[in-house]
Design a protein around this ligand. Structure first.
Ligand code: GDG
Length: 533
């Protein structure tokens, strides 16, 4: 049966999208990316005028060839409140800016995205806040993105929506443009149902995502959690990795028998949810690390640190998910037990500024800086700090030099979708030297099995892993690093994008007359209770 619009039981999120929306005239771009941010930075030219300059990160690097080959457009927020710049073209991409008012930055970006969804999806490490006006702003901004997508996408275009900031966009785009093929990729974890169920708007989020044809997640566990949320919060049936989205609404108060009958007798679409672990531009990053200037800088860093035997390094956005405090606690105890000591060992912690207006982040900064101060107060000597703490952002070349200078890389998140820092460290180590301490709660831990894998909550285990990594034999370090390098070279970000887009191309985007053949049907769990927004 022809698919004629959004999942039929889609409510508030799609209602908002549907309000008075007329079908769109197709635009001209056959590949459209929608992401929270545009891949540009605002810079000041020599004449004092502001201009927008492309800031290629991993995602842009991966998508650039696809963009060039397919007339690509990228839709996103330039990063500061106020009127957006006019659309412009750069590096073969058409960039379309979404404007956010100062109130929307507060309620949508800092509020619903970073103080509701971010902590909720990272297993409530921090307490999420639920505010109806934040949700309203989320719906409004998602609709703005969806309308921009609908205006730019050519007939039958492929649309790729990114991350937790834009979970309603797939459903909204589908309601505006049923001709396009829609993918969504969630870069952060998708939580277990017991946690997700706290969200008053859980059903709308599930239904917004189900506007897509393919939902990508970092780990299989994330996809499984999402499938369970479909069953529990929207009363839908799943079949292996597919969700069956019927054309006819399944009401919350319908009896279980009626819901099952409705599913059998109506048409609908299948949506696939699967794991596509993201990666980095391995060769690009690796190339930076081979530059003589970068290698000389790595030497210079070691000398500036007092030529220690062991340089330990942490590089993170200053975020409570990254486990910086656990790492510092463990390191402080390792020093106090004399298992490592300055000046033979030094820890460099780069904590790049992040979300500085959000309350949890202000508090975290105080705690991290207090802890660094205490460790240095106890273990440093004049001219020999135990921890070098850098609350700054650096160019990629300096990051690569730091990776080259580090004997031990500490990556200890309490929860992390993937963690690219771990992969960047490995990509830089052409010498096959260096050791990685890696939290099991990162997506990267599934792939980088040569790491010293830790549970960061287990401080004794973390201490042991730090010491083992710092004292590992060169032969064992090489064996471990070699296996990790093989993995990061095989699965780079271009491979990730190709794999995802190939799978998106294979999903039947329009009508289908039933669940895919050969899939074993699970009985759906009862629908969760209706929740007021
Ligand atoms: C989200 C998910 C997932 C950091 N400081 C500087 C700097 N960085 C760069 C790193 C790395 C990136 O930022 C951080 O990536 P992560 O993966 O570690 O973490 P999130 O920012 O939380 O990213 C995460 C990712 O999306 C991709 O899907 O892996 O799980 O949370 O690339 O190098 N880069 C520069 N200067 C800095 O000071 N140039």
């Amino acid at each position: 049966m022809e698919n004629s619009g959004p999942p039929a039981d889609q409510d508030a999120g799609a209602d908002a999208a549907n309000s008075g929306a007329a079908p769109r005239q197709p635009g001209q771009y056959s590949f459209v990316v929608a992401a929270s941010r545009l891949p540009v930075d605002r810079t000041q030219g020599p004449d004092g005028k502001h201009e927008w300059r492309a800031s290629p990160g991993g995602l842009v690097t991966a998508l650039e060839p696809v963009m060039r080959a397919a007339e690509g457009a990228w839709i996103g927020w330039p990063g500061s409140p106020g009127d957006p710049p006019e659309p412009f073209d750069t590096n073969g991409m058409h960039l379309v800016s979404i404007g956010l008012s100062a109130a929307e930055v507060r309620d949508y970006y800092e509020g619903f995205c970073n103080a509701t969804l971010w902590p909720l999806y990272h297993d409530v490490i921090a307490q999420p806040e639920f505010h109806r006006e934040w949700w309203d702003a989320y719906v409004r901004v998602n609709r703005r993105y969806a309308e921009a997508v609908a205006a730019e996408a050519a007939e039958g275009a492929t649309v790729w929506v990114h991350d937790y900031q834009l979970q309603l966009v797939p459903g909204m785009v589908r309601s505006l443009r049923s001709d396009v093929r829609i993918g969504h990729f969630t870069h952060i974890p998708f939580p277990g149902y017991e946690i997700f169920a706290q969200l008053p708007w859980r059903k709308q989020i599930v239904q917004g995502l189900l506007g897509a044809d393919l939902l990508g997640f970092q780990r299989q566990g994330d996809a499984t959690n999402f499938l369970r949320a479909c069953r529990r919060s929207a009363g839908l049936t799943t079949h292996g990795s597919y969700v069956w989205v019927p054309d006819t609404p399944v009401g919350d108060d319908d009896s279980r028998r009626r819901r099952l009958t409705a599913r059998r007798s109506t048409g609908g679409r299948s949506v696939r949810a699967a794991a596509f672990p993201i990666s980095i531009d391995t060769r690009g990053f690796g190339e930076i690390a081979t530059r003589p200037g970068v290698q000389a800088r790595a030497q210079e860093i070691r000398e500036a640190l007092g030529k220690p035997e062991t340089v330990l390094l942490g590089v993170d956005r200053l975020d409570y998910t990254k486990g910086i405090l656990h790492r510092l606690k463990a390191y402080g105890e390792v020093l106090s037990e004399g298992r490592l000591s300055p000046p033979a060992a030094v820890l460099v912690q780069v904590a790049s500024p992040s979300r500085e207006r959000v309350e949890h982040y202000k508090r975290l900064r105080d705690e991290v800086e207090g802890t660094v101060g205490r460790i240095n107060g106890e273990f440093a000597e004049v001219g020999i700090p135990a921890v070098h703490y850098l609350h700054q952002s650096y160019p990629r070349e300096e990051m690569a030099a730091l990776y080259l200078a580090a004997d031990v890389m500490l990556v200890t998140p309490l929860r992390d979708g993937m963690n690219l820092v771990a992969k960047e460290y490995v990509a830089c180590r052409h010498d096959e030297d260096g050791a990685l301490v890696l939290s099991e709660f990162t997506g990267a831990a599934d792939e980088l099995t040569g790491a010293f894998v830790v549970n960061p909550h287990d401080i004794e285990g973390l201490k042991d892993a730090i010491v083992r990594a710092a004292t590992v034999s060169p032969a064992e370090a090489r064996r471990r690093m070699r296996s990790m390098r093989r993995r990061v070279l095989d699965n780079d970000v271009a491979h990730w994008a190709e794999t995802y887009l190939r799978a998106l191309g294979q999903v039947p985007a329009r009508a289908s007359s039933g669940p895919p053949p050969g899939e074993h049907a699970h009985e759906s769990a009862p629908a969760g209770p209706a929740r007021a927004s």
